[in-house]
Design a protein around this ligand. Structure first.
Ligand SMILES: Cc1cc2nc3c(=O)[nH]c(=O)nc-3n(C[C@H](O)[C@H](O)[C@H](O)COP(=O)(O)O)c2cc1C
Length: 208
């Protein structure tokens, strides 16, 4: 299938069967998150892959009353950093230097650019890191579709409650968006065969 056929196949699944997504497919979806581009390459977010049924049940009851959380087999929680630390910047520069086999001092200009994010307010920094998390979230949605795995993108949850459940505040993180992964219940999901609703390209796109 070419990419647009795959993207037409995917839809925001409302009912899932409970069948388990195999680990090799989860690994591919997680890899797509790792490979997603981020501004200055800093990857200022963290992904939680929640398979544990009891934890997903707690999330369903307390933070996100959408059945896909428990009818799927895995829940992805994208959490974005709320602060930037010197240690984080140093670790990243060391990663670049060792990966590319270059002296870390040669990265001083780059380091200054990354460190300049410390001038942002906490809200400004989180707005930026959350945007990076959303890019990775999109990659995961596409990777899931390529792997024939159904996915529901979810913003309809309580981030403060999720943060409490996962202990994110102490880690300098806030949850931003979720993806439930599983398999569509074709017989009971009324959207499984519904045509996609999209604006015409002529309205959505201007070619100049
Ligand atoms: C950021 C984002 C948040 C969304 N949140 C929810 C949600 O909380 N629950 C849900 O059932 N669908 C959610 N959706 C799915 C959209 O409603 C859906 O993608 C849109 O209507 C287009 O339909 P399609 O994805 O099936 O083509 C969300 C989608 C995005 C991109």
């Amino acid at each position: 299938m070419e990419i647009n056929e795959i993207l037409n196949w995917r839809y925001a699944t409302k009912k899932m069967t409970g069948a388990k997504v195999p680990q090799n497919k989860i690994d591919i979806i997680v890899k797509s998150v790792q490979l997603a581009p981020t501004s200055v390459g800093f990857q200022a977010f963290h992904l939680y892959v929640i398979e544990d049924e009891a934890l997903r049940q707690t999330i369903f009851e307390k933070s996100c009353q959408q059945t896909q959380v428990v009818e799927g087999s895995h829940l992805l929680v994208f959490a974005a950093r709320t602060e930037i630390t010197d240690a984080e910047v140093d670790n990243y520069m060391n990663l670049v230097a060792t990966t590319r086999n270059i002296p870390v001092e040669s990265l001083n200009g780059y380091k200054g650019m990354v460190a300049s994010f410390k001038q942002k307010t906490e809200q400004e920094y989180f707005d930026w890191t959350a945007r990076q998390a959303y890019i990775a979230f999109s990659f995961a949605l596409v990777a899931a579709a390529v792997e024939n795995v159904d996915a529901t993108p979810i913003e309809g949850f309580s981030p403060p409650v999720m943060d409490e459940i996962l202990g994110l505040k102490e880690k300098g993180l806030k949850s931003v968006v979720l993806i439930a992964l599983g398999y569509r219940d074709e017989a009971n999901d009324k959207l499984a065969h519904a045509p996609k609703v999209r604006k015409p390209i002529s309205e959505l796109v201007t070619v100049i």
